[in-house]
Design a protein around this ligand. Structure first.
Ligand SMILES: NC(=O)c1ccc[n+]([C@@H]2O[C@H](COP(=O)([O-])OP(=O)(O)OC[C@H]3O[C@@H](n4cnc5c(N)ncnc54)[C@H](O)[C@@H]3O)[C@@H](O)[C@H]2O)c1
Length: 514
C-alpha cells in the first residue's frame, strides 16, 4: 500500500522540474493526481509518463492560475471529477529578475502575481473541499532566497517567496480546527535543464555556489518530491505551519570552501592591440547612437565593411581591441553601442562574473528586442557603407553571445546589404514562438558561420541541430562548428575564455569574412 493511497492530490505547475517529479512520486505512492500548467503539451507529457508507470493522473492545461476564474475552475473541475481534495501542492511560480532601482512597476507586480496571487486563488478555491473531507495537507513552495537573499538582484522574487512563507503560517492557523495542515518547502538551487548546463562551466557563478556548499551538488527535483510526499502523507500528521529548507546546505555554505575549490579558471588571454577607434555619432530612428570605426593601421583601403555587435557587457576596451584585431586583418569595422538608448557605454563596464552586476546586465539586455535591432541596424549599416574607407560590396555582421540573434535579424531585415553573418557562442537562437531567430533565415540572403560552444545553456545540442535544419531548409550557405571543450563566452577574454577556442574563432572568422 502506497503512502498516499487513495488521496486526491492537486499539483500546480506540472510541465517539468519539481512539479513533474512530484506528480510521478505522488502517483507511485498511490495518489490520484490532477495537475495543471500554462504549457499544455509538456503537462500532457507528464500525465502520460505517470500513466505509463501505471499511475493515475489527469492534466488540465493550458490553465493560467493568475486568472482568478481559471484558477477556481481548475480546482472545481478536479474536485467534481474525483469527488474531493486531500492534498494541494502549490508548486507553480514565475518571477522577474531586476534591481530595486531598475525594476519596472510591471515587473514587480508580475512577480507578486505569479508568486502569491496564484497561490491565494488556488488555495481559496480548494479550502471548502479540504474542510469537507475533514482536513488535508497544503504544501506551498518558498525558496531559500526568502530568508537568505541572493547575490542576484531578485528583490521581488525574495519578497514573493517571503510572502509565501508568511501565508503558510496563516493557513496553518486558520486550518487547524478543520484538520487542514499547511507547510512550506523552501528549496535551494534545484536542477533544471539550464542550471545543468551552467554547472558544467567552472567559470559560472552557480558553479561556485554549489561547489562551496556542504554537499557539493545541486538538488534534484526528486529530492524535493520526496519531501513533498512526506508532507502530503499522514506520516507528517503532527507537522503544520513550518517552513522546511531543502538545499544541501547551500544556505550554510555560500562563500565557504568544503575542500572542493573550483578549478583554476582563466587561461591567459592572448594580447590584443589597444585601440580607441574613431568615434561616430549615428542618427537612428530613435535617437543618436555612438559607434566606433576601426581600420587597418598599416594598409590603405577601401576594405570590406564589418559590423560587430558586442555581448551583453557592451562596448568596452576589450571589444575595441577585438575590433582593431579584426580591422588589422583587412577590414573596416564598426562597433555600435547597442545600449545607446540607456546612455553611453558603462565605464567601468559591468561584469558577468559578478552576480549582482550580471543581474543589472540582464535588465539592460531586456531593453533590446528584435524590433529595436531592426530599427537601429539600418542606420548603422548605412553609416558604415557611406564611409570612403569601405568597399561597395555587401557588408558583414558578427554577433557574440546575446547578439547572435541580433546579427541574424539584421541580415533578415537588410537582405540586400548583409552578405555574411558570423556568430560565436550565440545564445537563444532557437526559441519557442514566431520571433525565433532561426525562423528568419528564409528572409536572409547572407551566408552564415556559427561557432558554437560545446557546453552552452543557451544553445544546446538540440538547438544546434534545429539551427542547422533551418539553415538547410532556407537554402542558406552555412557552416556550423562546435568548438570542443568550450563554454558559452569562449571567444571573449573577460567571459568564459578559452585561449585555444578564441584563437580558433579568429582564424575561422577572418577566413569566413575574407
Ligand atoms: N529551481 C530552483 O532552483 C528553485 C529554487 C527555489 C524555489 N523554487 C520554486 O520551486 C517551484 C518549481 O520550480 P521549478 O524550477 O520546477 O520551475 P519550473 O519553471 O520548471 O516550473 C514551474 C511551472 O509552473 C508553471 N506556471 C507558472 N505560472 C503558472 C500559472 N500562472 N498557471 C499555471 N502554471 C504556471 C510553469 O509553466 C512551469 O511549468 C517554483 O515555485 C519555484 O519558485 C525553485
Amino acid at each position: 500500500m502506497g503512502r498516499l493511497e487513495g488521496k486526491i492530490a492537486l499539483i500546480t505547475g506540472i510541465s517539468g522540474g519539481q512539479g513533474r517529479a512530484a506528480a510521478l512520486a505522488f502517483a507511485r505512492e498511490g495518489a490520484k493526481v490532477v495537475g495543471c500548467d500554462l504549457k499544455a503539451e509538456a503537462a500532457q507529457e507528464t500525465a502520460e509518463m505517470v500513466r505509463g508507470e501505471g499511475g493515475e493522473m489527469t492534466s488540465i492545461a493550458p490553465v493560467d492560475l493568475s486568472d482568478e476564474q481559471e484558477a477556481t475552475r481548475w480546482v472545481e473541475d478536479a474536485a467534481a471529477v474525483y469527488g474531493g481534495i486531500d492534498v494541494l501542492y502549490n508548486n507553480a511560480a514565475l518571477a522577474r529578475i531586476g534591481t530595486l532601482a531598475g525594476m519596472s512597476t510591471d515587473a514587480w507586480h508580475y512577480t507578486l502575481k505569479y508568486e502569491l496571487d496564484i497561490l491565494f486563488f488556488v488555495t481559496r478555491a480548494a479550502w471548502p473541499h479540504l474542510v469537507k473531507r475533514g482536513g488535508g495537507s497544503i504544501i506551498n513552495t518558498g525558496s531559500i532566497i526568502a530568508g537568505r537573499g541572493s547575490d542576484m538582484p531578485m528583490a521581488a522574487h525574495g519578497a514573493g517567496k517571503a510572502g509565501v512563507i508568511g501565508l503558510t503560517k496563516h493557513m496553518a492557523l486558520e486550518g487547524g480546527n478543520s484538520g487542514i495542515r499547511a507547510n512550506c518547502i523552501s528549496p535551494g538551487l534545484i536542477c533544471n535543464e539550464m542550471f545543468e548546463q551552467l554547472l558544467k562551466d567552472p567559470n559560472d557563478n552557480l558553479y561556485k555556489q554549489i561547489r562551496t556548499s556542504p554537499l557539493g551538488r545541486i538538488g534534484q527535483p526528486e529530492d524535493v518530491a520526496g519531501l513533498a510526499v512526506f508532507l502530503a502523507s499522514d506520516e507528517s500528521s503532527y507537522i503544520t505551519g513550518t517552513n522546511i529548507v531543502i538545499d544541501g546546505g547551500q544556505t550554510l555554505g555560500i562563500g565557504m570552501s568544503f575542500g572542493q575549490e573550483p578549478a583554476p579558471l582563466f587561461a591567459q588571454p592572448v594580447d590584443l592591440p589597444e585601440a580607441e577607434g574613431e568615434k561616430l555619432t549615428i542618427e537612428t530612428l530613435d535617437g543618436e547612437s555612438e559607434a566606433w570605426l576601426f581600420t587597418p593601421r598599416e594598409e590603405k583601403g577601401p576594405w570590406p565593411g564589418v559590423m560587430i555587435y558586442t555581448d551583453i557587457m557592451g562596448v568596452r576596451p576589450l571589444f575595441k581591441s577585438m575590433a582593431q584585431r579584426l580591422a588589422d586583418a583587412g577590414f573596416a569595422v564598426l562597433l555600435p553601442n547597442l545600449f545607446y538608448r540607456l546612455g553611453p557605454p558603462l565605464d567601468p563596464p559591468l561584469s558577468v562574473k559578478n552576480s549582482g552586476e550580471f543581474g543589472e546586465l540582464l535588465g539592460m539586455a531586456g531593453t533590446l528586442s528584435k524590433d529595436t535591432i531592426v530599427r537601429d541596424s539600418g542606420a548603422w549599416l548605412a553609416a558604415l557603407a557611406a564611409r570612403p574607407e569601405v568597399k561597395a560590396d555587401p557588408l558583414s555582421c558578427v554577433g557574440y553571445c546575446m547578439s547572435g540573434p541580433m546579427a541574424i535579424w539584421t541580415a533578415a531585415a537588410h537582405p540586400g546589404k548583409v552578405g555574411a553573418v558570423a556568430v560565436f557562442h550565440g545564445g537563444h537562437m532557437v526559441m519557442k514562438g514566431d520571433d525565433s531567430p532561426h525562423l528568419a533565415f528564409k528572409d536572409c540572403a547572407a551566408r552564415f558561420y556559427f561557432g558554437c560552444a560545446e557546453t552552452d545553456a543557451f544553445m544546446t545540442g538540440d538547438h544546434i541541430a534545429t539551427l542547422k535544419e533551418s539553415l538547410e531548409q532556407a537554402g542558406r550557405p552555412h557552416e556550423v562548428e562546435v568548438y570542443p571543450g568550450t563554454y558559452h563566452g569562449f571567444a571573449i577574454a573577460d567571459a568564459s575564455y578559452s585561449r585555444e577556442g578564441s584563437e580558433k574563432h579568429w582564424e575561422a572568422m577572418i577566413d569566413f569574412l575574407s
